[in-house]
Design a binder for this molecule. Structure first.
Ligand code: NAD
Length: 242
């Protein structure tokens, strides 16, 4: 398939989960892919992509890598789920999540847009969540706060560059099978009960697959979505419709 042929794509957190599925789908669709992750070992086996270690909270490393790659498509996938209500949240935990989930997108987009302006085109895809300004998930105070910020950031970038052929969209997944999801389930102390509860809140009766998010990321990175910007694209098995 060649929906992304001729496009250069830069992807953060491509080592596992949704980021990995997006990187694999982008390679399959013919993009030239720069796949990055905090843990370079996780990128092993991602064939067809240029793989490198990158901590998105390191502003100069992130901006240097994005500027050098000069991507037509920027996929901001790095993010962290903090568990707990407002009463369990500390300033340090909020700072950590804001830096990783929000500030890193601010920095990567800031580095990507000048090149996109020069080339007269660009597509930015930010991975937010339905747990944001769309719906409230229990014990996700910090997470929901940061992912709502991602939606605001996305809309702001979209409106400022709408006449420059630079589009910016957010994908808002529901619960998706990924390595960190299993860690979160284990951290509850009762993996099976937690998994059952996560599935129970899904009207479709199942959690999502990373490939189902990647399919939308391909669309939003490609010319097929040329008339779409500033939107929150929900892929959640009907959770937000319940
Ligand atoms: P994951 O959490 O299993 O993997 C995260 C990846 O991010 C890892 O490869 C890790 O090494 C990398 N990473 C962590 N810190 C980093 C940093 N500082 N710099 C660069 N990379 C870093 O993957 P996932 O669950 O698919 O989540 C990916 C994104 O999707 C996140 O933004 C998450 O919030 C969002 N999301 C996930 C779900 C879900 O249910 N899995 C739902 C909605 C949104």
């Amino acid at each position: 398939m060649t929906r992304l042929k001729g496009k250069r794509a830069f992807i953060t957190a491509a080592g596992q989960g949704i980021g990995r599925a997006i990187a694999e789908a982008y390679v399959a669709e013919g993009a030239e892919v720069y796949a990055t992750d905090l843990n370079k070992d996780l990128l092993t086996g991602l064939s067809g992509a240029d793989c490198s270690a990158l901590d998105v909270t390191d502003k100069s490393a992130l901006q240097g890598a994005v500027s050098e790659a000069a991507p037509d498509i920027l996929v901001n996938c790095a993010g962290f789920v903090h568990a707990g209500s407002i009463l369990e949240a500390t300033d340090e935990e909020l700072d950590f999540a804001l830096n990783l989930n929000v500030r890193a997108m601010f920095h990567s987009i800031q580095a990507a847009i000048p090149g996109m302006l020069e080339r007269g085109q660009g597509a930015i895809v930010n991975i937010a969540s339905v747990a944001s300004s769309i719906l409230a998930a229990p014990n996700r105070f910090i997470y929901g706060t940061t992912k709502a910020a991602v939606i605001g950031l996305t809309k702001s970038v979209a409106v400022d560059f709408v006449t420059n052929n630079i589009r910016c969209n957010a994908i808002c997944p529901g619960t998706v099978d990924s390595p960190s999801l299993h860690n979160r389930l284990r951290a509850t102390g009762d993996y099976e009960a937690a998994l059952e509860a996560f599935i129970a809140r899904q009207p479709m009766g199942r959690i999502g697959r990373a490939e189902e998010i990647a399919a939308l990321a391909v669309y939003l990175g490609s010319e097929e979505s040329a008339f779409t910007t500033g939107q929150t694209h929900i892929v959640d098995g009907g959770w937000a419709n319940g």
